[in-house]
Design a binder for this molecule. Structure first.
Ligand code: ATP
Ligand code: MG
Length: 252
């Protein structure tokens, strides 16, 4: 599914949260969005999902103008919001039940997805018996079960420890390489943005606008080795330099 933002802008009252954004994302592309806190990244995702209307401009998803919630997408929030009284499998199936479908025909698919995110043995476990990383994996499986062509991820690994986060990144890349859905991945981590993205969109401080777009031409799977690739270092350095220039980062 393609995503086009054409001068998409959002105000909250008098406050401009997102300056007009122009962005054209191709079908199957993996785009990372990185920028300082409060620059409008979550707002941008909500505009794409149709959960929030634009103040002006347009958003197009799957070649259709967005004018209300887009149902053919998956959304992974920063904190995995799971239903405590449902098993991992039950939480994944909730996605299809919410859409008014009978869960039975989806069970095998939901199980296969839990397998793919490394939770094959935990389908019958309740959230309280899962670690934070495992819960986030359930949320990712839930976002994918209805086979969305578009996956929106809002700092999905923000609450995880460094090691789990690294593994989740590697697993997400593998999943994406198999399924090739379009992904918009919001993160605060320059490292993560560069390691995952075909392109990295760097946003300016509030009101957020696109400061730069970098093409990340590093072969996949990138795994752990890509951090030693000169193109990785080059991209990371140029984003860091931009953040220093903008006062998002300062030298000690
Ligand atoms: N519903 C809302 N009502 C009023 N202001 C809002 C609302 N949602 C967001 N904002 C404001 O819009 C700006 C952008 O918010 P947004 O959540 O998109 O930032 P963000 O880049 O996702 O930040 P973070 O990285 O901290 O998650 C902020 O100044 C925020 O206070
Ligand atoms: Mg946010």
């Amino acid at each position: 599914m393609n995503v086009i933002l054409a001068k998409a802008e959002r105000y909250f009252g008098p406050m401009q949260a997102l300056a007009p954004i122009d962005l054209d994302i191709g079908d199957g592309e993996f785009v990372s969005i990185v920028g300082p806190s409060g620059c409008g990244k979550s707002t941008l995702l909500r505009l794409v999902a149709g959960l929030l209307p634009v103040s002006s401009g347009q958003v197009v998803v799957d070649s259709k103008l967005v004018s209300g919630p887009v149902t053919q997408l998956g959304f992974v929030f920063q904190q995995p919001i799971l239903l405590d009284w449902r098993t991992a499998l039950g939480n994944v199936l909730f996605q299809v039940e919410m859409r008014g479908e009978r869960p039975a025909p989806w069970r095998d698919r939901a199980k296969a997805l839990l397998d793919q995110v490394g939770l094959g043995d935990f389908a019958a476990s309740y959230p309280h018996a899962l670690s934070g990383g495992m819960r986030q994996r359930v949320a990712i499986a839930r976002a994918l079960v209805h086979e969305p062509g578009l996956l929106l991820m809002d700092e999905p690994f923000g609450a995880l420890d460094a090691l789990t986060r690294e593994q989740m990144r590697i697993d997400l890349e593998a999943l994406w390489m198999r399924r090739r859905m379009t992904v918009l991945f919001v993160t605060h981590s320059v490292d993560e943005a560069v390691l995952l993205g075909d392109r990295v969109v760097v946003m300016s401080p509030r009101p957020g606008r696109i400061d730069r777009i970098l093409d990340i031409d590093i072969p996949r799977p990138r795994g752990l080795a890509a951090r030693r690739n000169p193109r990785f270092l080059e991209a990371e350095e140029s984003i860091t330099a931009l953040f220093l220039e903008r006062g998002v980062l300062s030298r000690a």
